[in-house]
Design a protein. Structure first.
Ligand code: ATP
Length: 304
């Protein structure tokens, strides 16, 4: 028996970052948007947990127990008191350390794949709790669509959305470490004299204009409302990203922002044709390693 699960990447159409909390985390107002660009995780019977990976970034994916897919398999097995026996394979299309939650996506996909392979029939609510244990971005990869994440991002509220939005993702050479980008965000706030603790920075909230644009299926309004508090720190660590953003805008994107903690850049297009043209221009611009036209929202991790 082979179980194949498709799982989406995410872009944050809003990423509001609060001050640094005493526990080292930041409060976030995080509007996640699932896009069709995604990974495929296959589960087959095996002995113990073994893992393989293919794709352009496969060499930078850890194949040991630190991989979120392997951790997910072990966590699900431990929850049910069964022995984790599975051969997992990740067909990786999501850029690694790219700010698109690729590792989290594989964790969510492995939960769903192992649940089906082992015939466990775990309730969705329980899968969500296990996902939150694995990492803040994992629950969204199970849910998909568009959702508001609060807290560290793990408390999810699905949001109404109409129609399909067309996106282009420009993949950079090399990744950015998410903790390093948060540290740079704190450093820039200190440097600006505003302070970086949760006493200094107002708790972020979802932008009503952004929520309305999603509910109306209005790409122009969504483009105007895109915000990411991690964009300035990501550009500060990787100044070349400013060139990528400019190249996509010059190619006709109606909105542009760094995806999550970067370095992938996301561009909103007015339709599928425009997205294909923007992707082509970006590849020719030499400001990114590759550019992919895609769309969303799409559902979360599902057996295909
Ligand atoms: P986020 O947007 O959630 O911050 P990201 O997209 O920037 O994440 P990931 O691709 O999830 O970054 O990878 C971050 C690190 O996680 C990698 O450098 C790698 O060491 C580790 N990792 C663990 N499991 C995986 C996986 N299945 N795929 C890719 N990276 C993984």
């Amino acid at each position: 028996m082979t179980v194949t699960v498709r799982v989406p990447a995410k872009v944050n159409v809003q990423l509001g970052v609060g001050g640094l909390r005493a526990d080292g985390f930041h409060d976030l107002a995080n509007v996640f948007f699932a896009v069709a660009l995604g990974d495929e995780v296959t589960a087959e019977p095996g002995e113990g947990v073994t893992l393989t990976c293919t794709g352009p970034d496969a060499a930078s994916v850890p194949l040991d127990d630190s991989n979120l897919a392997a951790r997910a398999a072990r966590l699900l097995a431990a929850h049910h008191g069964v022995t984790p026996n599975v051969r997992l394979h990740i067909a990786k299309a999501i850029p690694v350390a790219g700010g698109m939650a690729g590792g989290s996506a594989d964790g969510a996909a492995a939960l769903v794949a192992c649940d089906a392979l082992w015939g466990l029939d775990t309730p969705f609510e329980t899968l969500l709790e296990l996902a939150a244990e694995l990492g803040s971005d994992v629950p969204f990869a199970l849910v998909g669509g568009v959702a508001l994440g609060r807290g560290r991002g793990e408390i999810l509220e699905p949001l109404p959305v109409a129609g399909t939005f067309h996106w282009v993702f420009a993949v950079a050479d090399g990744g950015l470490s998410t903790p390093a980008v948060f540290r740079e965000c704190d450093r820039l706030r200190e440097e600006a004299g505003t302070g970086s603790s949760d006493a200094d920075v107002p708790t972020p909230d979802a932008d009503p204009a952004l929520l309305a644009a999603l509910a109306d299926g209005d790409p122009v309004a969504l483009a105007a409302a895109l915000t990411n508090d991690l964009q300035a720190p990501a550009i500060s660590l990787r100044p070349a990203l400013a060139e990528t953003l400019r190249a996509g805008t010059e190619a006709g994107a109606i909105g542009a922002l760094v995806s999550g903690s970067g370095p992938t850049c996301a561009f909103l297009a007015k339709d599928a044709e425009a997205a294909a043209a923007i992707a082509k221009s970006l590849e020719e611009s030499g400001t990114c390693r590759a550019a992919h036209a895609t769309y969303g929202p799409v559902p979360g991790a599902r057996v295909s």
